[in-house]
Design a protein around this ligand. Structure first.
Ligand SMILES: Cc1cc2nc3c(=O)[nH]c(=O)nc-3n(C[C@H](O)[C@H](O)[C@H](O)COP(=O)(O)OP(=O)(O)OC[C@H]3O[C@@H](n4cnc5c(N)ncnc54)[C@H](O)[C@@H]3O)c2cc1C
Length: 404
């Protein structure tokens, strides 16, 4: 049986960051990815300034192939039912508009780790001294590889997480996000921004932006609703209210399930024994669904935790739970109302943009945000967010009792 130091499941950004740390420390690291590389990843590709800094510092300047047109993004524009719009620029200038198929592959290659694509994780068994990982190459044999540690960087529907906590998927609400691509007849939405609607009638997550000469219209809602109907409604809303005239959608629409929610309420799944979880699989997701920067940072910390655990001969689970605290603060602070009001958890200045509005518009926006939040009432997150915010205020941190 082959033995390696670490197996990482999923050739994602979290994986690239973890692998970079491990390979730099001289550990034999194998990444297994179920799809053929470079693989497609549904994503808007809007990178936060923090994510951008991480990529440059760790992997170097981005090649042109890793970008979509327009190649950069200036910031985010929030739109409200009262027809107030608030553009907000990212701090520190524009960021790249990533083409995930190529950016992720580039980062994985730059990590220096060995990669086996078209290879799925089937199961894993933690024996204390090592983990036996069973994988299958598409159309090929099933093999078992022995690793000292495993990192699950396999995204929202993580199989690694399911192996450790089979009940988890039933415990959280699931959302569907889907996007369609349209040839543009006329689009007054500024293509330098990512556009997001705080509109309860449009859905839980509604967005639009330009990509490679087409306009994306995206909708997110509780799983079980009808994508076609939701999308049609948003498309006609954009036409009626914003003058966005689009041709019928091209055939290449796409969607996926999202575990949106855990980071709001300080619920993270960090792993067990010698198996760590990172990225969105662990629950890391920032405000308005920005998940790349926290995938990169949590991924790097998972790799660093393994190095630390080896060098100090300590259990990796405890080490990771200690070292990941800074990233949990960073992510959960983004949803913490006290931090939003009095701190600066985001990378675009929402309070300043709000104060730049006239007083009547400010009142409209606050009412609209409140009505939008009521859409989420059924998930009963409000009390949990309030409790987490008070913990952060009085204890300086969030409760680790809520991390698995
Ligand atoms: C529509 C949409 C738009 C988004 N827009 C943005 C945005 O603009 N900006 C932003 O920052 N974030 C955005 N996100 C979120 C972002 O894409 C994710 O948070 C981020 O990609 C999570 O990264 P990850 O490293 O955790 O895993 P992922 O990128 O999800 O990668 C997981 C990898 O694991 C592989 N895998 C899964 N199961 C197995 C298995 N059993 N065996 C082997 N491999 C496996 C998958 O094929 C995949 O390659 C968006 C998400 C969606 C759905």
């Amino acid at each position: 049986m082959r033995s390696v130091d670490v197996i990482i499941v999923g050739a994602s950004l979290a994986a690239a960051a973890a692998a970079k740390r491990l390979v730099d420390a001289g550990l034999e690291t194998l990444i297994v990815e179920k799809l053929e590389l470079p693989r497609h990843k549904i994503c808007s590709g809007i990178l936060s300034p923090r994510g951008y800094r991480f990529l440059i510092e760790n992997f170097g300047p981005l090649p042109a192939q890793t970008l979509h047109e327009p190649t950069s993004c200036r910031g985010v524009t929030f739109h409200f039912p009262s027809m107030v719009s608030m553009p907000m620029d990212f701090f520190g200038g524009t960021t790249p508009h990533l083409h995930r198929k190529y950016s992720d592959h580039w980062a994985i290659q730059r990590s220096g780790a060995e990669v086996q694509d078209q290879t799925s994780l089937l199961s894993l068994e933690d024996h204390g001294s090592h983990v036996e990982v069973t994988i299958r190459k598409k159309g090929g044999e099933t093999t078992t590889v022995r690793a000292r540690y495993v990192i699950g960087a396999d995204g929202p529907s993580s199989v690694v997480r399911k192996t450790l906590y089979p009940e988890y998927n039933k415990k959280i609400p699931w959302f569907f996000v889907g996007q369609k691509f349209h040839e543009i007849i006329d689009c007054p939405l500024d293509e330098e921004y990512f556009h997001f609607w705080f509109h309860p009638k449009l859905g839980h997550y509604t967005w639009s932006h330009a990509r490679d000469g087409r306009q994306i219209v995206g909708v997110g809602y509780k799983r079980g609703d009808n994508f076609q109907r939701r999308h049609e409604y948003v498309k006609s809303y954009l036409e009626d209210k914003h003058g966005v005239k689009l041709k019928p959608a091209d055939p290449d629409h796409e969607g996926c399930a999202e575990n949106f929610g855990p980071s709001l309420i300080n619920r993270y799944v960090l792993g067990k024994g010698n198996v760590l979880l990172t990225g969105q699989g662990a629950g890391f997701l920032n405000m308005i669904g920005e998940g790349m920067s926290c995938a990169l940072h949590s991924g790097a910390i998972s790799g660093e935790s393994i190095i630390e655990a080896i060098s100090r001969n300590k259990p990796v689970e405890d080490t990771y739970k200690r070292m990941i605290v800074s990233e949990i603060h960073h992510t959960t602070d983004q949803w913490n109302p006290l931090m939003i009001a009095f701190g600066r958890p985001h990378e675009a200045d929402f309070p300043a943009a709000l104060m730049a509005l006239s007083l009547p518009d400010r009142i409209k926006v606050i009412k609209d945000i409140w009505n939008f939040l009521l859409l989420y009432k059924e998930f009963k997150w409000g009390r949990q967010i309030a409790r987490a915010s008070l913990e952060r205020l009085f204890q300086g941190t969030y409760s680790s009792q809520r991390w698995w």
